[in-house]
Ligand binder design. Sequence first.
Ligand code: ATP
Ligand code: LTN
Length: 326
Amino acid sequence: MRVFSGVQPTGNIHIGNYLGALRQFVALQDEGECIYCIVDLHAITLPKDPSELRSHILDVAALYMAIGLDPKRSILFVQSDVPGHAELSWILTCCAYTGELSRMTQFKDKSRGNESAPAGLFLYPVLMAADILLYDADVVPVGQDQKQHIELTRDLAVRVNNRFGDDTLVVPDGRFLKEGARVMALDDPTSKMSKSAESEMSRISLLDDDAKIKKAIMRATTDSDGEIRYDIERKPGISNLLSIYGAFSGRSVDDVAAQYQGQGYGSLKKDLVEVTVDALRPIKERFCEIRPSGELVDALRDGAERANAIAARVLARVQGKFGLGV
Ligand code: ATP
Ligand code: LTN
């Protein structure tokens, strides 16, 4: 089984990224051949300061390793170090329909009908499909927000295969977790926790200090009926806290809710601060060792070389089917 996934270097990884996607990356190392990418070409779909981008690329790489990804067992690399991503992306762009791309909810949210939205934002899901299909990946661990993009990837693979034969592209499956697949913003539990949201109190980054973690959780938006119960529709704030608690402690939300039955929101929040601080402490410690070390860049160079060897083979196969080149 081959596994592929990616994270954008758009800012510090938050607990939504970790609980929804990255925690699966680690577990999957025992199940198959894993390829994890830092998708810098996706990050420039909206303008980025070059030195900030460079530093976020290295931060995400160090965080990959700090959470337990092993660059010897898995391939860890930066997307733009493997030219095949952009090349396959163009081929797939020629197979995608403008209608289906216009229906992508992430595009609609980020462009909001603006005529001067970058075309890269529109083509973003095609580049994501290329990332996955370039490695013949079987499984793609992601958060719930990527479900529509995974469906498009599958549609494109099937469309290409219908034209050129089933041995052209592998049709991948998304893998979504039950607990943590959609962590919501702490200050607004009706929108998802995001790296690029303006408010720092909306998220907890894996590198936040204990005081910031405490502040964000204690101030998290809740309702006023005082009852601890998992009910996303009526109690999105408390449900979000229960689901973060459950995901970090390996327990079900109902189990956690039962424990706090009859207690105030304050004691749930106080304990969640502790659970979160304990879970992030070892990650932060490893990050501080790995980030300044030269091994980080060496690992990424080695990863790019190994990724490129697979990508070049798949790309040549697809180009051959399309009749490209001499
Ligand atoms: P941005 O806010 O800049 O769009 P992001 O926070 O959505 O970024 P990505 O790099 O796009 O982060 O996503 C990395 C992985 O984390 C993806 O698999 C995505 O599905 C997952 N993910 C992102 N946000 C959440 C969330 N709030 N809950 C669960 N999973 C999430
Ligand atoms: N679109 C993803 C990031 C991403 C990705 C991928 C995830 C780009 N290419 C390939 C899995 C596989 C997101 O999280 N916003």
